[in-house]
Design a protein around this ligand. Structure first.
Ligand code: SAM
Length: 304
């Protein structure tokens, strides 16, 4: 599809790792390195950059935005873990969950760990961050990434999240969960496949992913002290996004959706406008979906 921007036409997003530096110091370093800083972006159009210009993002305070294809893989700030190369949409889950320093947090499907390292930064490395993944190789990559990022509050386990016992004594104080389960990846611009692949196969794959995602979501809500859970996918399919969340809310009436970022331009599909969607045209990111579920407080339940 020639109308859709390709992956390499999206801005290069750089998350400043506040465990190692500050946005101000990173900006100063980059200016001395020959980039020219245009200040804080105010509109989406300000994210269309060229010629070594860069800005601070309009929605996410720790995000810097560069022209497409700017390569930081050999840059000192990247190698030293001061910056993380992460698409803007994928920075939303940890930013929106916002666990306070000192809290107990669980990242259910965590590898390779960019969102885990973002959570640790939000927590200022204080508290405990349980992170699970089924894939040992991806978990090994994640250990390296977390080491480079200076994360110290994590407890990694090569384990099936669906087999983690929510009533286990070590999880009794978990109040925040980030759930970013395996999905079709249909939002990744570079992976988009417009060929008419076997449609029956694709349907079966989506429905098996959606039922896995719903099981994970229901499992997450079973942690006894849970306050908030953020659910995200890099899928553009309603079946893996709004449909999963709607089914889960129906099965768990003590949870409700938190309305997210009023100023974000793309909302969840009807009837879930509280959720966010992202895509190359409307948000200049890969395709993405985020929902934030919150437990009704007992005080409020008493009033009802
Ligand atoms: N959150 C990660 C990040 O930001 O870097 C990306 C996660 S990726 C979309 C999904 C991950 O879920 C994969 O690494 C996969 O191995 C893992 N996974 C799949 N099934 C799982 C399960 N039952 N329990 C734990 N992890 C699982």
């Amino acid at each position: 599809n020639l109308q859709q921007p390709h992956g390499d036409q999206l801005p290069r997003y750089v998350r400043v790792n506040t465990l190692k530096t500050t946005v101000e110091d990173a900006v100063d370093y980059l200016k001395r390195d020959g980039f020219s800083y245009l200040g804080q972006a105010c509109r989406l159009e300000d994210l269309s950059l060229k010629d070594r210009h860069f800005v601070r993002d309009l929605h996410l305070p720790e995000l810097l935005v560069f022209p497409p294809k700017t390569d930081f893989h050999d840059h000192f700030l990247y190698k030293a873990g001061h910056i993380i190369l992460q698409d803007k949409a994928s920075c939303l889950p940890a930013f929106l969950l916002h666990p306070p320093p000192g809290s107990q947090v669980l990242d259910a499907c965590a590898a390779p760990g960019n969102k885990t390292s973002h959570l640790a930064a939000v927590m200022k490395n204080r508290g405990r961050l349980f992170a699970f993944d089924l894939d040992a190789k991806r978990l090994a990559t994640m250990s390296t990434l977390l080491l480079r990022a200076g994360v110290t509050c994590q407890q990694l386990a090569n384990q099936d999240f669906l087999k983690v016992d929510p009533d286990g004594p070590q999880y009794r104080d978990v109040e925040f969960i980030l759930l970013d389960p395996s999905c079709s990846g249909s939002g990744m611009v570079c992976l988009r496949d417009n060929s008419s692949a076997d449609q029956d196969k694709e349907k079966a794959r989506l429905s098996s992913l959606a039922s896995f995602q719903l099981r994970c979501l229901n499992h997450g809500l079973r942690f006894p002290r849970l306050k908030r859970l953020v659910y995200s996918t890099c899928s553009i399919h309603r079946q893996e996004n709004e449909d999963v969340v709607a089914a889960c809310l129906q099965q768990n009436p003590s949870f409700r959706l938190v309305p997210l970022l009023a100023q974000w331009p793309e909302r969840g599909l009807d009837p879930l406008p509280q959720c966010l969607r992202a895509d190359p045209t409307k948000t200049r990111t890969h395709g993405f979906f985020v929902a934030l579920l919150e437990k009704h407080s007992e005080a409020e339940d008493g009033k009802q």
